[in-house]
Design a protein around this ligand. Structure first.
Ligand code: HEC
Ligand code: HEC
Ligand code: HEC
Ligand code: HEC
Ligand code: HEC
Ligand code: HEC
Ligand code: HEC
Ligand code: HEC
Ligand code: HEC
Ligand code: HEC
Length: 321
């Protein structure tokens, strides 16, 4: 166990930092200067040593085995001159003190959006050290504006934060994103279920300039980054492919092969009408003489139009070779 640093000037520095954070937050809540002063509770006298006298659960100490527990990193909570547990949980002078019978112990900052500490107050503790990592995108991101706590995704008293483990990350996202969970169980999906992929390969949960928090400028740039063969350029392009892969594919999973939004021929018939050759008829009723048109045999236009993503064959204009 690392003993608490006695370097007063450093301790003072981190105290000032936390006070600055508290002050910032209070300002945004429109509190008066008097309230700010009341919030600025003192730090505990002996730091982590004192905390773990009461908080004896084994997993609490696990924080020391993470990057936050690095004693050699002066930026980390357990680095020289930092406030240790209180760097995250806030000053604990009153919490660690004596509590009269029948009185409640003054609370520490508790993490998670289901906890009593207001989310902006929680997140400010983290952002005090991580603002530069997250970048400006966090500010306007849907997670920030919906008051999602850093700790709704991250866990810090475990050896490996689930956000960094592909086997665990999706589960944590699914606690809120139930539609994506359902999609992942459909027969055709990206291999998230098999723990070979993480949501963060496609999304940046901290924020992004693109729609839907995508890690690339737009959907197609994202898909090309792994499916390079679909980028072309093709001699004969199929317009919707270059436009938006999700006009035919559902990225989170589908009951149709290749994660198609609908099964062919209906998929194709959303855009291709009766006009021109193929009858769009798929049912008996729509077909002359009551026999199934060759054009929709086996329910697939791809029997003939195999090169649905584009063709490089000199005579591939009908995407058939
Ligand atoms: C004298 C014993 C004692 C000491 C010392 C102490 N705590 Fe606590 N702590 C408690 C008790 C009892 C509770 C449960 C009551 C409550 O939630 O307020 C608690 C609750 C907490 C909680 C909330 C737990 C939850 O349910 O999420 C946190 C966080 C916490 N303490 C952190 C600290 C930190 C950090 C320190 C060191 C600065 C510390 N405690 C020192 C007794 C102590
Ligand atoms: C006193 C500063 C400080 C505070 C407060 C702090 N962190 Fe960190 N955090 C660090 C440092 C330093 C690292 C290591 C960064 C590196 O190695 O580049 C780190 C690393 C991380 C990582 C990466 C961990 C990994 O396994 O690679 C995450 C996630 C993280 N912090 C989240 C948080 C969250 C969430 C909070 C608030 C509950 C928080 N941090 C509070 C300083 C801090
Ligand atoms: C919606 C879930 C989610 C929320 C909310 C979230 N994070 Fe993260 N965070 C992630 C994921 C996923 C990664 C891993 C990204 C990767 O592997 O590329 C990550 C990575 C990190 C890292 C390490 C990598 C880096 O970007 O430097 C830090 C530090 C971090 N988050 C801090 C925070 C802080 C601070 C907050 C709150 C202000 C926060 N995160 C909120 C999901 C989240
Ligand atoms: C880097 C920030 C950070 C540091 C440092 C930190 N904690 Fe926590 N603590 C959290 C977060 C976030 C949670 C919410 C649960 C989780 O993420 O694992 C939490 C949860 C807790 C809880 C209540 C929930 C539980 O799991 O029982 C207690 C008690 C606690 N911490 C005490 C401590 C003590 C004692 C220390 C110092 C030895 C400490 N924490 C250091 C961020 C931190
Ligand atoms: C292969 C890339 C990819 C992966 C992996 C992925 N997504 Fe997406 N996600 C997208 C694309 C592309 C969109 C936007 C287009 C669309 O859905 O029509 C999107 C949209 C979303 C949306 C916005 C709502 C909506 O449907 O428009 C949410 C929420 C979401 N994804 C959550 C997740 C979660 C949670 C995971 C991990 C379990 C995940 N995604 C994995 C590509 C991906
Ligand atoms: C605590 C709940 C919660 C968790 C955990 C969570 N999210 Fe979200 N997420 C939300 C909320 C709320 C929104 C905003 C929904 C809206 O605006 O419709 C959102 C929005 C999104 C969006 C859509 C953004 C847009 O522009 O439409 C994506 C993508 C997303 N989350 C991905 C993720 C990923 C990936 C994870 C896990 C790393 C994750 N979320 C974890 C609650 C959560
Ligand atoms: C991070 C890499 C990555 C990104 C980004 C990505 N994919 Fe995939 N995709 C994969 C992997 C891995 C597989 C499954 C392995 C395989 O069979 O090739 C796959 C499989 C597929 C399949 C075939 C599924 C099946 O059932 O045969 C389709 C269709 C697909 N992806 C479409 C897309 C679309 C559309 C996008 C953009 C929204 C996209 N992918 C983005 C990695 C990625
Ligand atoms: C006009 C509809 C349509 C569009 C748009 C489309 N696809 Fe497809 N895609 C299909 C069909 C149909 C299949 C199934 C092919 C088969 O079964 O022979 C397929 C299959 C796939 C497959 C799996 C089989 C293979 O060929 O590797 C991947 C990966 C894929 N598409 C990626 C993409 C990407 C990436 C984009 C965007 C650049 C895209 N698709 C746009 C219709 C489309
Ligand atoms: C989102 C709308 C959309 C969907 C879905 C779609 N297409 Fe297309 N398709 C187009 C557009 C637009 C063109 C270009 C038409 C033009 O240039 O006149 C095109 C062109 C074609 C051509 C080449 C026509 C020519 O110029 O010779 C073929 C063949 C074709 N599509 C087949 C298919 C098949 C097969 C499917 C189903 C797998 C499909 N399309 C799904 C929009 C779509
Ligand atoms: C039996 C093979 C076959 C099937 C099945 C088939 N096509 Fe075709 N398709 C062709 C041939 C051959 C052409 C070229 C006709 C021409 O050049 O006049 C063509 C041309 C087209 C064109 C180019 C524009 C036009 O009208 O000339 C479109 C679009 C098209 N098909 C869409 C479809 C769709 C959608 C389906 C499924 C409902 C489908 N095809 C099923 C053989 C087929």
């Amino acid at each position: 166990m690392q003993t608490k640093q006695e370097n007063t000037s450093n301790l003072l520095k981190s105290t000032v930092q936390v006070m600055a954070v508290l002050a910032m937050m209070s300002v945004s809540f429109g509190a008066s200067a008097k309230d700010v002063k009341k919030d600025a509770t003192p730090f505990s006298r002996k730091g982590a040593d004192q905390c773990v006298m009461c908080h004896t659960d084994e997993h609490i100490m696990t924080v020391l085995e993470t990057p936050h527990g690095a004693t050699g990193d002066s930026r980390a909570p357990f680095g020289e001159g930092q406030a240790q547990c209180e760097a995250c949980h806030g000053p604990g002078g009153e919490h660690t003190g004596r509590v009269k019978r029948g009185e409640e112990r003054p609370p520490m900052i508790k993490f998670g959006s289901d906890r009593p500490t207001p989310v902006p107050e929680q997140n400010a503790m983290c952002l005090g050290c991580h603002e530069s990592h997250l970048g400006s995108d966090w500010e306007g991101s849907p997670h920030n504006s919906q008051d999602i706590a850093c700790a709704d995704c991250h866990q810090l008293h475990v050896r490996n934060d689930p956000m960094t483990v592909p086997q665990e990350q999706p589960e944590r996202c699914y606690t809120c994103h139930t539609a994506q969970r359902a999609a992942s169980f459909k027969p055709f999906s990206h291999p998230l279920r098999f723990e070979q992929m993480a949501c963060s390969q496609c999304h940046n949960p901290h924020g992004s300039q693109a729609d839907a928090l995508l890690v690339r400028d737009n959907t197609n740039q994202l898909c090309y980054s792994c499916h390079a063969d679909k980028r072309g350029p093709f001699l004969w392009e199929h317009a919707p492919v270059a436009e938006d892969c999700t006009s035919c594919h559902e990225p989170h999973g589908s009951v149709h092969t290749a994660m198609l939004k609908k099964r062919p021929p209906q998929l194709c018939q959303q855009c291709h009408s009766q006009a021109g050759h193929p009858s769009s008829a798929y049912t008996q009723a729509g077909v002359a003489q009551g026999t199934t048109s060759a054009m929709v045999m086996a329910g697939s236009c791809m029997n003939c139009h195999t090169e649905v993503h584009g063709s490089n064959h000199p005579s591939g204009q009908a995407l058939m070779r």
